[in-house]
Design a protein around this ligand. Structure first.
Ligand code: SAM
Ligand code: SF4
Length: 346
């Protein structure tokens, strides 16, 4: 395990269809797509309202607790830390946490994933605090479609944020786009062109069953192979060698003659569980050894009950030994985790 993803809040200012949908429009989209398809998971009928999914503040780890877990995990071999959420920039003072984590010897790579809406005003401060890489989520370049997908009229803010990041020297500036059939798959070429023009590392991500409405259907997933095929109809793509990093989740290409990079992350159609090196810490202090774990391991009793670093390390080691062999999407016994991506930390 080399990569720790730290969720600093389970709250979010966006309502992405594939993560934390709330609007009637979102429900309508799914209903129209699902007509004639298999029915959605029956447990979606009683989905918990969003505000009731949020944990009370007292259950959320404070910065000292988070920094301690990261320090102990780094002592066990973690090298990369990504701050995420929910929307990490909603967490007050997150730049102080960035500074504290950046100062831990052994943290070789510190990054953040954000929806970008609140990034531009704090970008310089985050950079000064030691953040080096940032990934923005941007699924559409069409203002109206962006609003449909995220529940917010936020496209301009994200573009402003990612340009600001580039100017401040964050490198690479990544853009994540979750591709949903019938929703934004007609935009994949425009997104690539944008990445080339703006010198960005674009990642297309397959839609995973981690949405709070539990409406995910395989038919809505555009398999990585299809994305690649459709891109090749318009672009000459040159493979980027990633053999140096065996845990790389994306297959990557350069567009011939252009800047930036395009990657495809296909956890549903081409799982990479066998070489996964990631752990996740939720905002409320639960260790997750897989995005699709059905068990979470609560670190708070140790953190708040006087546990020593050695005990914490032993607990982490023990949990990692029992890491799942893989997700079971597509298998008859697959069960979607209780919490959505926004709570787990993507
Ligand atoms: N709020 C921040 C953001 O959107 O970038 C950080 C948290 S978000 C949960 C992290 C990443 O997870 C985003 O890039 C988002 O697109 C991705 N994500 C969320 N739900 C997903 C799903 N059901 N399938 C695939 N990716 C998903
Ligand atoms: Fe919020 Fe990120 Fe989930 Fe969108 S993907 S709802 S921005 S946590």
């Amino acid at each position: 395990m080399r990569d720790l993803r730290v969720s600093v809040t389970d709250r979010c200012n966006f309502r992405c269809l594939y993560c934390l949908p709330e609007t009637e429009e979102a429900a309508d989209f799914y209903r129209s797509r699902l007509d004639g398809l298999r029915r959605a998971d029956p447990s979606s009928q009683g989905a918990t309202p969003i505000h009731r999914q949020w944990k009370p503040r007292s259950e959320i780890l404070d910065f000292e607790e988070i920094t301690r877990v990261v320090r102990v995990a780094v002592g066990l071999g973690i090298e990369k830390v990504r701050i995420t959420g929910g929307e990490p920039l909603l967490r007050k003072g997150v730049e102080q946490l960035v500074g504290a984590i950046a100062a831990i010897p052994g943290v070789l790579d510190l990054a953040m994933t954000t929806n970008g809406a609140l990034f531009a005003p704090v970008a310089a401060e985050l950079r000064r605090a030691g953040l080096r890489r940032v990934s923005f989520s941007m699924d559409s370049l069409d203002r109206e479609n962006f609003r449909r997908m995220t529940g917010r009229d936020g496209l301009t803010g994200v573009i402003e944020g990612l340009r600001q990041a580039r100017e401040l020297g964050f490198h690479p500036v990544k853009v994540n786009a979750v591709v949903i059939r019938g929703m934004n798959d007609h935009e994949i070429h425009d997104l690539v062109r944008f990445a080339v023009d703006e010198d960005l590392s674009l990642r297309f991500i397959e839609f995973m069953p981690l949405d709070s409405s539990r409406t995910w259907q395989r038919e809505l997933v555009v398999p990585g192979r299809e994305i690649l095929h459709r891109l090749r109809e318009r672009f000459e793509l040159l493979p980027v060698d990633s053999s140096a990093n065996p845990s790389e989740t994306a297959r990557r290409w350069r567009v011939a003659g252009g800047r930036g990079e395009v990657g495809i992350i296909a956890p549903v159609s081409e799982p990479f569980c066998g070489h996964c090196n990631r752990l996740r810490l939720t905002a409320d202090g639960k260790l997750r050894t897989c995005l699709f774990s059905l068990d979470e391991h609560d670190l708070r009793p140790l953190l708040r009950g006087g546990g020593s670093d050695a005990e914490l390390a032993s607990h982490l080691r023990d949990r990692v030994r029992h890491k799942e062999a893989g997700h079971r999407i597509g298998q008859a016994d697959f069960v979607q985790p209780q919490r959505s991506m926004s709570c787990i930390g993507g």
